[in-house]
Ligand binder design. Structure first.
Ligand code: GDP
Length: 296
């Protein structure tokens, strides 16, 4: 992820730093090139535009053409604006509510929802020492509940026993009741996905939400789908409300547009990134670390 953007930016910055003195026009041209590089990386137009306007304003405000190393200052400004666009600080999953804390996982089929649910369960168990219960609310795909149970055994986290014939809301109710009775700290509700957004899916999410009152609603989105992932997040947020985003397949060689636009467009934090199929392949989303990766 980000390789091509990173190469382009380092080309732009090399040119700048080699030059020494810079005119205002040179700086403006460099920032236009940065904007083109962002658009090539599939960054949303609004984001690329806001990015270059902000950077240009800072460059003029800081009067960098008069400074000793103007090229370095342009790089610093781009770095700062990038970190701001990505959301500044890492935002972990919040468990700050009365237990059992419900976390609802939503997203399209194939985005990596079930895998990510198990990864989060493992993380909460190992790092936060929480007692976690997972439940699959996917009654459409016969193998879905079993898939979560298999992952549960793999990571050593309990899953709600499978019972046929229940609706998603009934399963959610059973999960919350078991958790209350048996003293679990966190309940992860893995909802059903579809290949695309449709009204029945959204209504199902709204029903589950109104029953389970989740403290977090995490949208799992495939980073390789670029702008589609961003539009998906907007849609889910408008209809269901999300508290955070998990971007999967950050190990793939996508251009990175979704990761770079998501926060700005939706206003919701990217809380975690998934970087592979293994149960440990989950990291917190750190704007500074991502900016370092891009700017080298
Ligand atoms: P769901 O339909 O949204 O529940 O998706 P799954 O959790 O079943 O995942 C679909 C496929 O994507 C599985 O083969 C996962 O192993 C794989 N997968 C999930 N997350 C990642 C990731 O971050 N990177 C890679 N490379 N594969 C992933």
């Amino acid at each position: 992820m980000f390789e091509s953007l990173s190469d382009k930016l380092s080309g732009i910055f090399d040119k700048l730093t080699r030059r020494g003195a810079l005119s205002e026009a040179d700086v403006a041209e460099a920032l236009r090139e940065v904007r083109r590089a962002l658009l090539d990386a599939d960054v949303a137009l609004d984001v690329a535009r806001a990015f270059s306007e902000k950077a240009q304003e800072r460059a003029v405000g800081a009067n960098i053409v008069k400074s000793i190393s103007p090229g370095q200052m342009v790089i610093k400004i781009v770095n700062d604006v990038l970190v701001e666009t990505l959301g500044e600080t890492a935002e972990p999953i919040s468990l700050d509510a009365n237990p059992p804390v419900a976390i609802m996982m939503v997203g399209l089929q194939g985005a990596g929802k079930t895998t990510t649910t198990a990864k989060i369960a493992k993380r909460l168990k190992e790092r936060e020492k929480k007692r976690v219960l997972m439940a699959s609310l996917d009654v459409k795909r016969p193998a879905a509940q079993e898939q979560l149970a298999v992952l549960g055994r793999q990571v050593g986290v309990d899953t709600l026993p499978i019972m046929g014939g229940q609706t998603p809301v009934q399963i959610a109710r059973r999960a919350m009741e078991s958790a209350r009775k048996e003293g679990y700290d966190v309940v992860l509700l893995d909802t059903a996905g579809r290949t695309h957004i449709d009204e029945p899916l959204m209504q199902e999410m709204v029903d589950i939400k109104s029953y389970a009152s989740p403290h977090e609603i995490l949208l799992v989105a495939d980073a390789l789908t670029g702008q589609d992932a961003v539009n998906l997040a907007k849609n889910f947020d408008q209809r269901v409300g999300v508290t955070g985003i998990v971007l999967t397949r950050m190990d793939g060689d996508g251009r990175g547009g979704a990761a770079l636009s998501m926060r700005f467009v939706t206003g919701k934090p990217i809380k975690l990134i998934a970087t592979g199929e293994k149960m440990d392949a989950l990291d917190e989303f750190s704007p500074k670390r991502i900016a370092d990766r891009i700017l080298g």
